[in-house]
Write a protein that binds this ligand. Structure first.
Ligand code: OAD
Length: 256
């Protein structure tokens, strides 16, 4: 009897181009909280209007700076988990894998994924508020934002509510979604657009959709296969089946 993990492994082995869309859930086993889970989600405890919007920043730059500084410090101490590593391994089974993430923690690249589109930016980078000038060597632990050489306040290089995504990143994510044979959606509530529109685009263009999440999301209704569970368990499970079927194909006694 084929299990759902087996079905996912077979689907993934049959396609050439996979687009992966990840959200906060993929980093949960690394110790980074998600945003919208009751009790434990960041937005259950903090107000996104104050902390993740341009007007919130201008109202109290020091408060916003310190909140992101705390997150940067935490993220600098964590490591990728087995889910991130399984996505790196998946690259060897498909001709093209585009990993589109809403996460700003940089853990996919740190794990070794090679084609990562960071739709919402990266918390380790800093830029200036007025002109987007990048800033380097900004130390952790400052209690307020330093100034750019142009005089503007520095801020984290992440996309805040009410801000546009980088047009080139969005174009790359859309092109990948349109042209892939399969989209793997992992650990996102599917509530924040335009990221949450990408699976619809993929589906419209004929891609199969596999979702991995311990809970149903706004995207579950369009999934062809829903794998219920934490990604740090489900993804390595799929990869181990994919590896098994490769070794089964080797005839007995085969030599290198
Ligand atoms: P959410 O917090 O909205 O959703 C997290 C999802 O992860 C939920 O569907 C959980 O069920 C799921 N989840 C929890 N534990 C998991 C696990 N171990 N394995 C897999 N999935 C798990 O986070 P996002 O969908 O990423 O934007 O949120 C999207 C955007 O909203 C974020 O990028 C952020 C936020 O405001 C910005 O910062 C711009």
């Amino acid at each position: 009897m084929t299990t759902d993990l087996g079905k996912a492994a077979a689907l993934l082995k049959a396609v050439q181009h996979v687009t992966v869309l990840t959200g906060a859930g993929v980093s949960k086993e690394s110790g980074i909280p998600t945003f919208r889970e009751a009790q434990t989600g960041l937005w259950a405890e903090y107000d996104p209007e104050k902390l993740a919007s341009p007007h919130g920043f201008l109202k109290d730059p020091a408060l916003v700076w310190r909140w992101y500084d705390g997150r940067r410090q935490k993220i600098s101490q964590v490591s990728p988990n087995q889910g991130h590593y399984a996505l790196v391994e998946l690259e060897k089974f498909v001709e093209r894998l585009t990993l589109v993430t809403q996460n700003v923690d940089g853990l996919h690249a740190l794990a070794g994924s090679t084609r990562v589109v960071e739709l919402h930016g990266n918390i380790s980078r800093v830029k200036c508020f007025d002109n987007n000038h990048p800033a380097t060597n900004v130390p952790l632990g400052l209690s307020e934002p330093p100034l750019c050489s142009c005089g503007s306040l520095l801020r984290p290089d992440v996309v805040w509510f009410g801000e546009a995504l980088s047009p080139s990143n969005l174009a790359e994510a859309m092109e990948a979604s349109r042209t892939s044979n399969l989209m793997l959606i992992i650990g996102t509530s599917g509530l924040v657009h335009p990221a949450a529109s990408l699976p619809y685009l993929a589906k419209q263009h004929g891609a199969k959709i596999i979702e991995v999440n311990p809970n149903e999301s706004a995207l579950t209704e369009i999934a062809d296969l829903f794998l219920k569970g934490p990604s740090a368990q489900i993804l390595p499970g799929i990869l181990s089946l994919m590896n098994e079927s490769v070794s089964k194909k080797q005839p007995k006694g085969a030599r290198e």
